[in-house]
Design a protein around this ligand. Structure first.
Ligand SMILES: [Zn+2]
Ligand SMILES: [Zn+2]
Length: 911
């Protein structure tokens, strides 16, 4: 049965409306719907108008060739044509063969021309939509108008059948919709060009999903001649469905990827030369390609430059109404992912396009170093000067990045970290300390500078020969020239001896001083003196010795060890003399030695320890009582002692004594309340100290064991910086000049840092529970109904918080299909302090900005879908090939009015 179909004409070319009937043509076994019968060719077929529905019989095309019959020379000028191939046949073009046909031979599908009309062409199993059937290559397909919807079933949408190439295909000024089944059936056929299995093996998955590698790049023979374009100066707008890079740098399937292209001077674009850095297999094996023509909003005068698309730079028109690009422009060769360059000027830019990839405006932090501060450093174990150490960090501000530490210099010299050393001076500069200017610079150019000093100190003690008395206890800078002023009674002979090496330091009687000289190490000096005059020593409280007349000193003496009893101060006193009895005098008056000699004897009291009565213990000192009111009136006090022998009288006195028995108090600057041990303070802790004499404030932390002397600012406020580490314990020890000490132990100073962000009732899982909304529902409103909250350092549980959700650009509210995607959100921490006991806004810890992120998977329901069930036929399996999705059991789903395409599916070639 060899039936050729040749020279057939449908409709009217000159007056299409004259003839507008419907022809329904269905091929018999091996015969085309319109064209050749079994083994017969279909050629010279002309369509001008009217409605045609052509269905090929088994192994034959809808319009064109039959089983082993060629299909070629097809001309469509108009009409409404639907052509569906039988299995193995193209929609329009070649029939089915049992071995591969020659591209240049007579049995290829060739010379197919479409000038207009509305065409639907669907290939049968292994066939192209327009082009070759099974084992049939295609060439010379030209479309210059009309509206073409073509689907290949393992063949190209337009091009070769399965196993075959397609060449010299040109589409200009037409509207196209091409699908291949790449995503659903794992077909590697091109939208335009070659069929499935030309370049890659087939990988089926159990649910008909294909997740595989790139298809190998096509050979030049396949892309040399596939072109789209416009001869009318229009721009080409492509919409493709393909795998593309998502926000997380993974490839996922995108429904709506748009690309607007400028044809070359001949009005054409090589389809398979098309690339976009973020689309996989763009230009060849993609799921679908829609082409339409749009007017050029720039009228050819494009404003070309780099634009940012999906983390890539693409050379395109920067006019947002246009966005067109020239795929063969020289600059387009550099299209690609942004390449992070060096940081500069607080920004990290892409080296190619200058896109800002990160911002860092926060300067580095010198940990443990405060500008203007001085640090005392002890010698190391070998007696050499030690060093003060610090570290440097580069925290990031909210929403910014840390560019990292670029350099740390000390006095201009670059240093290697992570711990930096500021050595104490080795000597020679007296008490000036060693000055260091530290400059830390991050890669973004932010800089922090601190100028500090370090000091080396030595311990110098002056003791009595028996070691029981300490006359002086000093911490001195290295190389200080020490002159010890010790007031001894007139006529004494005194020696000061270095306990370590026996060096003797002479006494200058005229000036009453020992010249100990340069202090270069710790020294213990032993004072030994004798006199012909009586030797008198006055001791107050614990260990405060006075050996000479001191009342003429202008330096006040802060008395330690006083106590308060009702309205008087009390202090223990000893008078030790070799010419007993000794006498003492407690007075607010400042007397010279001459005045003391002239005083009425009755003012002096004998120093006499009471005899202990049996059964009691006598205290070995006398309690001096000083009326507080009288003390306050004078603002100071003196104690004198004297003893007399036949040679003369020796007078001893204290300098003007300042008495203070109150413990210092540290007051929280923000609340006015005294600090407490085991307290918890939020934000930087600022406090003042209340006391009537000078204080030293020492600050210790543990673990880590740092100790520092705190200094107040000009308003008298001390600051302990808040930390992000809730485990650090602080201790303050405040001592006034009179030895009264207050300590506050084990308190914490923290930022109200973010612990985590969770959805209400889902405390274990970071992402929010997936939500599902119907098509018409407002997504932003649905997102705002998700209960997100946080846990923070200063909260007693979950606190609700606002979230800024970013709806993905590719979400299409109009889509008929169900869409599932991830929406990323960031919690808004500003103002959260209002919901925390401390009132302090929650902040993420450095490096934990990510904790503010929350995501939710959203499914937007499509239109109602209907299950389509098909039954296998006798010789093979019947399969639905164009389902948008499947039910859980794999049954294909369709929306109302969607066309259902079926195919028979033998794994081998049929026939
Ligand atoms: Zn433009
Ligand atoms: Zn870039």
């Amino acid at each position: 049965m060899y039936g050729h179909g040749a020279n057939m004409h449908f409709g009217s070319q000159t007056n299409p409306s004259l003839w507008s009937g419907t022809i329904i043509a269905k091929g018999g076994d091996g015969g085309a719907g319109i064209g050749g019968g079994r083994n017969g060719s279909g050629e010279k077929l002309y369509f001008y108008s009217g409605k045609i529905e052509a269905k090929g019989g088994e192994a034959a095309s809808g319009i064109g060739g039959s089983f082993k019959g060629r299909g070629r020379d097809i001309y469509i000028y108009g009409g409404d044509i639907s052509a569906t191939g039988g299995e193995g046949g193209a929609g329009i073009g070649g029939g089915c063969w049992t071995s591969e046909q020659d591209m240049d031979g007579d049995t290829a599908a060739y010379n197919i021309n479409i000038y207009g009309g509305k065409i639907y062409a669907c290939g049968g199993y292994n066939g192209a939509g327009i082009g070759g059937g099974q084992f049939v290559p295609a060439r010379d397909i030209t479309i210059t108008g009309g509206e073409v919807n073509a689907h290949g079933a393992y063949g190209a949408a337009i091009g070769g059948g399965r196993w075959c190439h397609g060449q010299n295909i040109t589409v200009t000024d037409a509207k196209l919709k091409l699908t291949t089944g790449y995503n659903q059936f794992g077909s590697n056929a091109a939208a335009m060009g070659y069929g499935d299995l030309v370049y890659s093996g087939k990988v089926y998955s159990t649910v008909l999903r294909y997740i595989g590698d790139f298809v190998r790049n096509p050979l030049p023979e396949d892309y040399k001649s596939i072109k789209i374009g416009s001869y009318n100066g229009k721009l080409i707008k492509l919409k493709v469905e393909a795998q593309a890079i998502n926000r997380n740098d993974d490839f996922t399937f995108f429904w709506n990827l748009y690309d607007i292209l400028i044809p070359n001077e001949n009005g054409r674009i090589d389809v398979q030369l098309l690339t976009l850095p973020y689309v996989k297999n763009y230009g060849w094996a993609i799921n679908a390609m829609e082409l339409e023509l749009i007017d050029d909003p720039c009228n050819g005068k494009h404003d070309f430059g780099w634009v940012d698309r999906q983390s890539c730079h693409v050379w395109a028109c920067r006019n947002m109404k246009c966005q067109a690009r020239d795929p063969v422009a020289e600059m387009s060769k550099q299209n690609g992912k942004h390449i992070p360059g060096d940081w500069s000027n607080q920004k990290q830019l892409c080296t190619v396009c200058g896109h800002v990839m990160g911002t860092d405006t926060k300067a580095p932090v010198l940990e443990g170093l405060k500008d203007g501060e001085s640090y005392t450093v002890e010698d190391n174990i070998n007696g050499n000067p030690g060093a003060y150490t610090f570290t440097v960090s580069d925290p990031a501000l909210n929403g910014e990045a840390s560019s990292g530490i670029k350099s740390v210099t000390i006095n201009g010299e670059p240093q290697a970290g992570p711990t930096y050393r500021l050595p104490a001076p080795d000597g020679g500069n007296n008490d000036a300390g060693a000055e260091y200017t530290v400059v830390a610079t991050d890669n973004a150019g932010n800089e922090t500078t601190a100028t500090v000093r370090t000091y080396r100190r030595h311990h110098v003690k002056v003791i009595s020969p028996d070691g029981k008395k300490t006359y002086a206890d000093l911490m001195l800078p290295h190389n200080e020239y020490l002159v010890l002023q010790i007031r001894l009674p007139a006529g004494v002979s005194a020696t000061l001896t270095d306990e370590a090496d026996g060096t003797k330091i002479p006494y200058d009687k005229e000036k009453g001083e020992f010249r100990a000289g340069l202090i270069t190490k710790n020294r213990t000096l032993v004072l030994n003196y004798s006199t012909k005059h009586p030797k008198v020593e006055l001791r107050l409280g614990t260990g405060q010795y006075f050996t000479g007349y001191n009342a003429d000193s202008d330096e006040p003496y802060y008395l330690k060890g006083a106590s308060m009893d009702e309205n008087s101060y009390q202090i223990g006193m000893w008078v030790d003399t070799d010419a007993k009895p000794g006498y003492y005098l407690s007075s607010p008056e400042r007397y010279t030695q001459e005045e003391l000699a002239a005083l009425d004897e009755s003012l002096w009291k004998e120093y006499k320890i009471a005899e202990a009565t049996p059964g009691s213990i006598a205290l070995p000192f006398i309690l001096i009582t000083i009326d507080t009111a009288e003390y306050e009136k004078n603002g100071g006090w003196y104690v004198y002692a004297k003893a007399t022998n036949p040679t003369g009288t020796t007078y001893v006195s204290t300098p003007k004594m300042i008495i203070d028995v109150e413990n210092p108090k540290a007051i929280d600057f923000s609340t006015g309340k005294e600090l407490v041990s085991n307290g918890k303070y939020w934000g930087d802790l600022r406090f003042t100290v209340e006391d009537s004499s000078p204080v030293t404030v020492r600050h210790y932390t543990s673990p880590g064991g740092t100790a520092e002397l705190l200094t107040p600012d000009e308003k008298g406020v001390y600051t302990i910086s808040a930390e992000y580490d809730g485990s650090t314990q602080h201790m303050l020890v405040i001592e006034d000049a009179c030895g009264n000490t207050t300590s506050y132990k084990s308190f914490k100073v923290c930022w109200n840092y973010l612990i985590n962000v969770r959805e209400k009732d889902h405390w274990d899982a970071p992402p929010a529970q997936p939500i599902r909304i119907s098509k018409g529902q407002n997504l932003q409103e649905a997102l705002s109904n998700i209960n997100i909250g946080f846990f923070a350092a200063d909260t007693n549980g979950w606190i609700p918080v606002d979230v800024s959700w970013k709806i993905p650009d590719d979400y299409d509210p109009q889509s008929r299909r169900e869409q599932t995607f991830t929406v990323l959100g960031t919690v808004v921490l500003e103002g959260t302090g209002a919901r925390c006991p401390s009132g302090l806004d929650v902040v993420p810890r450095p490096g934990e900005e990510w904790k503010k992120n929350i995501s939710v998977q959203v499914t937007v329901e499509g239109e109602p879908q209907y299950k389509v069930t098909v039954q296998d036929c006798k010789n093979g399996r019947v399969k639905v090939v164009n389902a948008a999705g499947t039910a859980e059991d794999g049954t294909p789903l369709f929306c109302k009015d969607e066309l259902v395409m079926l195919s028979i599916a033998p794994d081998e070639a049929i026939c």
